[in-house]
Design a protein. Structure first.
Length: 144
């Protein structure tokens, strides 16, 4: 019974690390949605209304950014728009990795070095996802 608990704990840890990775990759839409949800709740929308507002703003931010990257023809402006999504993702990746490493790595220098590697990985994943989505949307936009 203890072995099953240990195995399930590792599965749950992997699941939550995957969720943290996805959250870090989509840091800008999540932050925009959370900010809008808090504002809606503070202005009297209630908990259900705040969640709905937050979800709508997060989706609009994500889709709007992907459409903006796909619609613009200039590579420099495309890269600037993509960086608006990548920089918060890399910062979130750094702090997520750093938080997980605080538990297991005692040396401060190694924590910072490994957290920097985590930030690079998450930033690269965010860049890849942003550019891949824009490539698919570019094909759709050019059809019209």
């Amino acid at each position: 019974m203890i072995i099953i608990g240990i195995i399930l704990s590792f599965i749950a840890l992997g699941f939550f690390c995957g969720l943290l990775f996805l959250l870090a990759v989509h840091a800008l839409p999540v932050l925009a949605g959370a900010t809008a949800a808090l504002f809606a709740y503070d202005t009297g929308a209630g908990p259900i209304g705040a969640v709905l507002v937050g979800m709508i703003v997060g989706v609009v931010t994500l889709v709007g950014g992907q459409i903006a990257v796909a619609a613009v023809r200039s590579s420099l402006i495309r890269a600037a728009i993509a960086l608006l999504f990548v920089v918060p993702a890399a910062i979130a990746g750094y702090y997520v990795t750093r938080g997980l490493l605080d538990i297991s790595v005692p040396a401060e220098g190694w924590r910072d070095a490994l957290a920097l590697i985590g930030a690079i990985i998450v930033g690269t994943a965010a860049w890849t996802r942003t550019c891949a989505a824009s490539c698919a949307l570019t094909q759709v936009i050019r059809l019209f």
